[in-house]
Design a protein around this ligand. Structure first.
Ligand code: IVH
Length: 671
């Protein structure tokens, strides 16, 4: 701002309103952000600053009004000048064919043009713009009158407070659907769960609940969105284009959000194609829909067709199968995941949901069962949306039988009989038999062979799959008993590769204690912790016998890590596998640190390809000498060691003025 003189400030204020409106439109309507969020925030704060100096400038269309205002006692009632009707539904193709025939016959034409669009699963809203300014928003209510939710609607950033463009009618009532994107819905529910608040059953309920808040500040925090699809009051009538599709195009020009998933069609065949195509991608759409809608495209023809009772004769909703259905819980089992996570699963009386028969639904975890209060015998609502696993949404409490039973988390793993344990601070219960459990077998072996663990080259996912599936290997100890023939018989394994793998396994017998501890795959024990544990205990047996209190004395080991180690080592199955490994001739060395004073306590970042060392080898050398090796460059970095083809890390180091050295210089420091 060049000066604070009132005219300039007023100009600046007007500029900010327009600029922020343009940015919001790009972000929320076009899904095409123009500036980083921080820049938007800066302009927005400037607007607020000006408004605090000149409160008299703040109008109802200022973008600062998006945060909501004072809470209401109740909603005012709003009379709809043009009633808000509902749509007739069709479920079968035959109903659709009959609809098209009725339209053609009533209009005395051979071909009727239809505008096809999605049927959004939210709630209908009417937005009244006078001279381009949003003055009122109302819910549908009983169709004749609804509730005044203007303050709430203004918090929805996809809805313009002022229309843009040149052709703005004096009065325009835009009809459309308020809804919530699935990703926003999930995020909101996660936050609600974390805060111990009630979660919403589905995006539709979340949208409806959010819009019917008397306190618009609450609505402002809910991620609502909007699509326009219809028209109410209009002045002058001469503004009206001749077709529905043109109306929607005009809406786009006015800055209103219109869903791009639409099509103009001329026959039943085309209509059915549209229905099937949308049906096929329903699960991958970012919002819920419950069908598609066909509207006779020409407004003149719409007028001729008119209405029957409360629904237009010129439109039809063609519904998809429902995504939620009621059924009963026959039992609750637990499943064991690849990481040992125990997931309770409801076994259900078979029920059709969204065109698929569902017999199981996830209950996520113990807390979730408690929160939803799901019991065996209950009638529950099951939801299947997108590619996600079906889940139990809610319990119909008044249908609960007297003998409904509460779920009790089993104490032993259904796969391997190890103890099930829930670590401090975790929502998920886990099987503690990490080295032994059949469900975790593949994951455990892949981790065991990892480059930074026992580094068994050639033992990748595909080989592990075959070894486990053919019952050749159950635990890491079995690897050391594998013969050449067993390996050579595997798919895509030649004699040469089998030989190499045998040698790699042999070689892995000589390793460090730290690598061995890391390879065990104890939850929360990463590479660095494994090194600390190796240095502290000096042998596997000492670690196996360590008590919780003792573990807490190890550098950087907190209660969660200590708890995890104890429960792993308490599991007899794991101890057996460790003993077998030791008996099979593992040579575990404790790497003595060879501290180089020049690098002690310094932080290094490695980037690019070095002439002699691999990055892993360089990392090991540095750590052995007392240095830290970090993954990204920051102000705390002391040296960046750059090889050939070093990328953004090098640039960043140069920007921050951090010392950049090559491999030779690094080796020099280590001497
Ligand atoms: S047109 C005169 N178009 O479905 C027809 N409605 O049963 C007015 N809906 O209350 C509605 N998507 O909430 C229309 N593309 C769409 C729609 C749609 C969802 C909802 C709307 C309405 C209900 C009608």
């Amino acid at each position: 701002m060049s000066s604070n003189s009132p005219t300039n400030l007023a100009e600046r204020y007007a500029y900010l309103q327009a600029e922020l409106a343009r940015l919001e439109h790009a972000y929320y309507v076009l899904d095409n952000p123009l500036l980083p969020d921080a820049e938007y925030d800066r302009l927005y704060r400037e607007l607020l600053d000006i408004e605090s100096i000149h409160p008299e400038w703040v109008s109802s269309e200022s973008l600062s009004q998006r945060v909501g205002g004072a809470a209401l006692k109740e909603f005012d009632s709003v009379q709809h000048i043009v009633p808000m009707l509902s749509l007739n539904n069709a479920f079968e193709d035959a109903e659709l064919i009959a609809f098209d025939r009725r339209c053609r016959e009533a209009l005395h034409v051979d071909i009727v043009e239809y505008a096809g669009e999605l049927k959004f699963d939210g709630l209908a809203i009417s937005l009244r713009y006078e001279d381009g300014v949003l003055v009122r928003a109302a819910t549908r209510g009983d169709g004749a009158s609804g509730e005044d939710v203007t303050a709430n609607i203004k918090t929805i950033r996809a809805i313009p407070l002022r229309l843009t463009g040149k052709m703005i009618p004096a009065v325009l009532e835009v009809r459309g659907e308020v809804f919530m994107y699935l990703r926003d819905f999930e995020k909101m529910n996660q936050q609600a769960a974390a805060a111990g608040e009630k979660e919403f059953a589905n995006p539709r309920n979340a949208a409806a609940g959010s819009l019917r808040q008397l306190d618009s500040k609450v609505t402002a925090r809910r991620p609502l969105s909007f699509f326009a699809y219809g028209l109410g009051d209009l002045k002058p009538q001469s503004w009206l284009p001749s077709t529905h599709e043109e109306l929607l195009n005009a809406y786009v020009k006015l800055g209103l959000p219109v869903c791009p998933e639409r099509r103009v069609m001329k026959s039943v065949v085309e209509i059915l194609d549209f229905y099937n195509e949308v049906g096929a991608k329903r699960d991958s759409l970012p919002y819920d829909i419950d069908g598609v809608v066909y509207k006779v495209n020409s407004f003149a023809e719409q007028a001729k067709l008119g209405f029957v009772s409360r629904a237009p004769r010129f439109a039809l909703a063609h519904k998809f199968p429902a995504q939620e259905a009621l059924t009963t819980v026959l039992g609750i089992d637990v499943q064991v995941g690849r990481t040992g996570a125990i997931t309770p699963v409801a076994r259900l009386a078979p029920v059709e949901v969204g065109g698929v028969t569902v017999t199981n639904a996830t209950l996520h975890n113990e807390d979730e069962i408690k929160r939803k209060d799901v019991r065996i015998g209950d009638t529950v609502s099951v939801r299947r949306a997108g590619d996600v696993i079906p889940e139990v949404v809610s319990v119909i409490k008044d249908r609960r039988p007297a003998d409904a039973q509460e779920f009790i988390m089993p104490i032993r793993c259904p796969v391997c009989d190890s103890h099930i344990e829930r670590l401090a601070d975790e929502a998920i219960a886990r099987c503690s038999g990490g080295l032994f459990c059949g469900a975790q077998r593949k994951q455990a072996l892949i981790h065991f062979a990892h480059r930074r663990a026992l580094d068994i080259e050639g033992l990748g996912e595909k080989i592990v799959d075959q070894l486990v599936d053919q019952h050749l290997v159950r635990t890491p100890a079995d690897l050391y008993r594998l013969g050449f023939n067993a390996l050579a018989n595997l798919e895509r394994m030649g004699d040469k590769s089998a030989d190499n793998l045998i040698q790699a396994i042999e070689k892995s017998r000589n390793t460090t204690l730290a690598r061995f501890i890391f390879a065990l795959g104890i939850r929360h024990v990463g590479e660095t912790t494994a090194k600390d544990l190796a240095n502290h205990y000096g042998s596997v047996h000492a670690l196996m016998e360590a008590s919780l209190e003792d573990l807490l004395t190890v550098k950087d080991v907190g209660p969660v890590v200590a708890d995890s180690i104890v429960s792993f080592m308490q599991e007899a199955h794991n101890r057996e596998v460790i003993e077998q490994l030791l008996v099979s001739g593992m040579q575990l060395t404790v790497e003595k640190k060879e501290i180089s004073p020049a690098v002690l306590g310094k932080t290094f970042v490695l980037t690019g390809t070095f002439p002699t060392l691999t990055r892993d080898a360089a990392k090991d050398l540095l750590e052995k000498a007392g240095a830290k090796v970090a993954g990204s460059v920051s102000k705390k970095t002391d040296y960046v060691v750059a090889g050939v083809d070093a990328g953004s890390k090098l640039t960043k180091a140069e920007d921050l003025g951090i010392a950049v050295i090559d491999e030779a210089a690094m080796l020099g420091l280590l001497k």
